[in-house]
Design a binder for this molecule. Structure first.
Ligand SMILES: [Zn+2]
Length: 136
């Protein structure tokens, strides 16, 4: 049974969300290195993140699930389609960790000074066309 890495995450929580989706599609998957990253988030960079692995034989079905997720059109709380204000597109990277703005700058400087994981990063949608960040 050959396992292959389907996707790599910064956090075990995100890995388990996708693992649950795959299991709902009858695709068995395994989360690797979640405890190492859980002990210290900085280890994620050192060991290559939390890995979600699947059997090689399930790769085609798993990739179609990923494609379905990636092709999801994003809407706001009022079910209105979210459109990029810069280019008008609707193709976004989700859960993009942004450190832009004053809080992000302070957080980044603090993490460098005290050698700790950045205490403030907000999740945003990032436009795949023009890199514009939109608050979620
Ligand atoms: Zn855009």
């Amino acid at each position: 049974m050959e396992l292959i890495t389907l996707k790599v995450f910064d956090s075990p929580i995100e890995a388990h969300i996708l693992r649950s989706k795959l299991e709902s599609e009858d695709i068995e998957s395994f989360v690797f290195d979640e405890h190492s990253v859980g002990i210290n988030m900085l280890y994620a960079q050192a060991i290559g993140g939390v890995k979600l692995k699947i059997r090689e034989t399930d790769s085609e079905r798993a990739l179609s699930v990923l494609e379905e997720i990636n092709n999801t059109k994003y809407t706001n709380d009022n079910e209105e389609l979210i459109i990029c204000p810069t280019c008008g597109g609707n193709d976004f990277y989700t859960n993009f960790k942004s450190s832009k703005g004053t809080k992000g700058l302070i957080s980044t400087l603090t993490s460098f000074l005290f050698w700790v994981y950045p205490i403030y990063q907000k999740n945003v949608l990032k436009c795949k066309n023009c890199d514009t960040e939109i608050d979620m």
